[in-house]
Design a protein around this ligand. Structure first.
Ligand SMILES: Cc1cc2nc3c(=O)[nH]c(=O)nc-3n(C[C@H](O)[C@H](O)[C@H](O)COP(=O)(O)OP(=O)(O)OC[C@H]3O[C@@H](n4cnc5c(N)ncnc54)[C@H](O)[C@@H]3O)c2cc1C
Length: 386
């Protein structure tokens, strides 16, 4: 792939644009959101107004990964998982719409979402399962001119503030195979949203259950029966890549503050940083964080459309590293770190756990990676003489 000057210019401009969007006002909104546990729609509006989504999606349905990671890292550096994941879920919904929306109604929704005028969220998980979507019970049954859509979703982040929810449904009451899954857009007004859950962290993500029983026009169908899982997987691949980038940003923030702690606090007559055991542990974490950062940059530079498997492997590896980084940061702050409100690391530690669950938990992602494990039978035959 040839990288042109205009590509480089575009990435630099995008980065400058992000600097300008995350200004005092937006950072103030984020602080307020973390304090009140309410997701500010103005964040999506501000990103839309500044054309962050428009630039990211200007090349059609395949985003420039440089821009995807730039946004993700910037979100991670806000130190608010609620904001980061909220924005990336909206953007992942755009990814699905950008690729699969066909009707005028959905194309219009996509444009509004890109402009930040509409907030879109995703409802896949049900009480019966999040990892295993084969157990989805919600249904879409054909009626004249459209579908009757009935069911319930257990976890729908942003459902309290969104305009539209993309729900995974079984296209027919009796169909039981995964191949029958479809994806359909529901107007938020047609959905009953329950109270948002109390969570360990990411409070402003506002995750709530929804129930629905509504007739929608045929134009609301995003992905027909048999393609719903593929459409969702496309969105989830974007979400997983974003989470990997968010981990990099969040760890940069936490490491910087923790290294400052290491260099400012003294115990046993010398700075914590001067104790080799601590210094080397952080050097190891920094080295692995840099490997992750360069892996993301390398993937972006390769120009490839990342496979579901690659996105899954990056997300699970990033999330586990992120959890380790936050745990070690909290460890350095020790007693003060464990107290609520004295240092931000306890919040970051609680929030990072979500990275290992949301968008697919570790084992589910490893299973996707496992499908690509390739045996070298020739080499085996040549080298093994048991
Ligand atoms: C704060 C928050 C926000 C969320 N927001 C959304 C949202 O907006 N939209 C949405 O659709 N969902 C959302 N979710 C749901 C999330 O995607 C699921 O929680 C996640 O996919 C895991 O599903 P589960 O909780 O049902 O766990 P389960 O599927 O019950 O899995 C339990 C554990 O078993 C492991 N496991 C499962 N299957 C296997 C296997 N075959 N082999 C080995 N191990 C296995 C899993 O990795 C996990 O560790 C959200 C969840 C949280 C906590």
């Amino acid at each position: 792939m040839t990288v042109t000057i205009s590509d480089v210019d575009e990435r630099v401009e995008f980065s400058t644009l992000l600097d300008s969007v995350f200004d005092e006002r937006v950072n103030g909104l984020i602080e307020e959101a973390d304090r009140t546990g309410t997701f500010p729609r103005q964040i999506i509006a501000a990103l839309g107004d500044a054309e962050v989504f428009a630039r990211k999606w200007q090349r059609g349905h395949v985003p420039d990964l440089h821009l995807l990671f730039a946004l993700a890292e910037r979100l991670g550096r806000t130190g608010s998982a609620g904001i980061s994941v909220g924005v990336s879920l909206h953007d992942s919904a755009i990814a699905i719409l950008r690729r699969f929306a066909r009707s005028d109604m959905l194309v219009d929704l996509t444009e509004r979402a890109i402009r930040g005028d509409a907030v879109v969220c995703l409802g896949a998980s049900e009480a019966g399962g999040g990892s295993d979507l084969q157990v989805v019970q919600s249904t879409a049954t054909p009626v004249p001119g459209g579908y009757r859509v009935r069911g319930a979703k257990k976890f729908v982040s942003l459902s309290t503030v969104a305009d539209v929810v993309l729900v995974v449904v079984r296209a027919g009451d009796t169909a039981r195979s995964a191949g029958e899954l479809a994806l359909i857009a529901l107007d938020r007004n047609d959905v009953e949203v329950g109270p948002a859950y109390e969570k360990l962290g990411a409070h402003c993500l506002e995750t709530a259950p929804i129930t629905f029983d509504v007739e929608v026009p045929a134009e609301a169908l995003v992905a027909r029966a048999g393609t719903g899982l593929a459409a969702l997987s496309w969105g989830l691949a974007q979400e997983r890549l974003s989470i990997a980038g968010q981990v990099v940003g969040a760890c940069d923030l936490a490491m910087g503050i923790t290294v400052a702690r290491l260099k400012s606090r003294e115990q046993f007559g010398s700075r914590l940083f001067d104790h080799q055991a601590l210094r080397l542990r952080f050097a190891d974490l920094q080295a692995r964080l840099d490997v992750l950062r360069w892996a993301l940059q390398g993937l972006a530079a390769s120009g490839q459309v990342p496979s579901i498997r690659a996105a899954s492997g990056l997300k699970v590896t990033a999330a586990r590293l992120g959890e380790e980084v936050m745990s070690e940061c909290l460890h350095v702050f020790a007693g003060a770190g464990y107290l609520v409100g004295q240092a931000p690391v306890e919040k970051w530690w609680r929030e990072m756990k979500l990275a290992r669950v949301g968008g697919g938990a570790d084992e589910v992602l490893w299973e996707l990676v496992a499908t690509g494990l390739t045996p070298d039978f020739d080499g085996y035959a040549r080298t093994v003489s048991e």
